[in-house]
Write a protein that binds this ligand. Structure first.
Ligand SMILES: NC(=O)c1ccc[n+]([C@@H]2O[C@H](COP(=O)([O-])OP(=O)(O)OC[C@H]3O[C@@H](n4cnc5c(N)ncnc54)[C@H](O)[C@@H]3O)[C@@H](O)[C@H]2O)c1
Length: 348
């Protein structure tokens, strides 16, 4: 059964405003990243809409994804007379859309919602697919639902205020898409404008999720680079996207029999302004070859990965041909042994 998912639209701020004005509800609930809101509030024309418009200024970024913040937000909205046909609009990066989606999925047993991603990571990944989440003291994203937004409105002009770190973090996911889809690889290789690349990535994720909402088949391919990526992220305190590029390189450099992929990685990394990740990868691999403590911490993070399927096995996403990822279930001990041997090759 194909589940009809969200509609993705690339649009201008004028069109965003028109869309909000024309929405059929008489009650809009805007859940906004407060830092983003201080930059863009004036661009949203919310007066004279002829409808109630409640604005919840969420804590910026990851801080919004807590149970206490969730309770505060729900109490505010419930005490302001919302009803079942109210429509939630999440405006911000991935953290804010995760939070807004969670609020929408639970408030009054579920309200419809729209995502307006403002970070690059949000536009190409986090706002798409309907996974909503809060964090627990036991870990990130452990409390959540699947509640697909009806619309994803992408206005690339928000990216002009994004910090370089956040921009590069989003680019890390774009590099990943280059290996998941031949047409994205070709578009990046041909230096197509960022706006088209964003649209291709968003639609690619959307199509994958449409076929596998509950993560049992093709959706797992979206984790390419992530098992090792998360370990790099946590072990060395790197940004998510940069860590994903290192995880991706580990899969390509140490697992792929097709050695051409190494060159392909260098090409797209260069096209996306991530050429430095090549040297970064070598640096962290040689660091682990010289520092047993770092290596064992890295291995501990790999072992704790959410994609572990039993106590002793783990699913990793591999690649031999661009656009043809596959999942392999491997014994954890075997995986770590292989990586350990490869790390030795980086000893200087
Ligand atoms: N639901 C999913 O499928 C999914 C997928 C991937 C990631 N995620 C989640 O997404 C989050 C990461 O996404 P993110 O990097 O967008 O995080 P984020 O929401 O924390 O945004 C990163 C930072 O950028 C700022 N920001 C956002 N847009 C801006 C703009 N236009 N101008 C200036 N600053 C801006 C935010 O205030 C924040 O400080 C994590 O919480 C992760 O768990 C969810």
């Amino acid at each position: 059964v194909m589940i009809p998912l969200s509609r993705i639209t690339i649009l201008t701020q004028f069109e965003v405003n028109t869309w909000l004005n024309n929405h059929e509800t008489d009650c809009l609930i805007l859940i906004v990243d407060s830092d983003v809101w201080s930059l863009y509030e004036d661009d949203f024309m919310l007066t004279n809409m002829g409808k109630t418009c409640l604005v919840w200024r969420a804590l910026p970024g990851e801080d919004s994804k807590s149970l206490s913040h969730y309770t505060e937000c729900c109490d505010f909205l419930l005490s302001n007379g919302i009803h079942r046909n109210a429509h939630v609009v999440g405006i911000g990066g991935g953290a804010t859309t995760d939070f807004a989606g969670f609020v929408a999925s639970t408030l009054l047993r579920g309200l419809s919602w729209t995502a307006i991603p403002t970070s690059l990571l949000g536009m190409v990944d986090a706002a798409i697919g309907g996974k909503t989440a809060l964090n627990s003291i036991s870990g990130k994203n452990l409390i959540g639902t699947i509640h697909v937004p009806t619309q994803i409105l992408i206005n690339p002009s928000y990216l002009s205020s994004l910090s370089r770190t956040e921009y590069l973090s989003g680019m890390g996911e774009v590099v990943k898409y280059c290996f998941l889809s031949r047409s994205i690889f070709d578009a990046v290789h041909a230096r197509e404008p960022l706006e088209s690349i964003i649209e291709l990535c968003a639609r690619h994720k959307e199509t994958v999720v449409e076929r596998d909402l509950h993560d049992r088949g093709g959706r797992r391919f979206l984790n390419l680079g992530h098992t090792f990526g998360h370990a790099f992220e946590r072990c060395f305190g790197l940004s998510h996207g940069i860590a994903v590029t290192l995880g991706l390189q580990l899969i390509i450099n140490e697992f792929a029999a097709n050695s051409e992929l190494v060159g392909r990685y260098a090409e797209v990394a260069k096209a996306l302004g991530l050429e430095h990740t090549d040297a970064l990868y070598t640096a962290y691999m040689s660091k682990m070859s010289a520092d047993d403590e770092a290596k064992s911490r890295f291995f501990q993070f790999v072992s704790k990965d959410k994609k572990r399927t039993s106590n002793t096995a783990i699913d990793i996403v591999r690649i031999e041909c661009i656009g043809e990822p596959f999942v392999e279930s491997v014994a954890l001990s075997e995986l770590l042994h292989h990586v350990s041997q490869r790390i030795e090759l980086y000893r200087v």
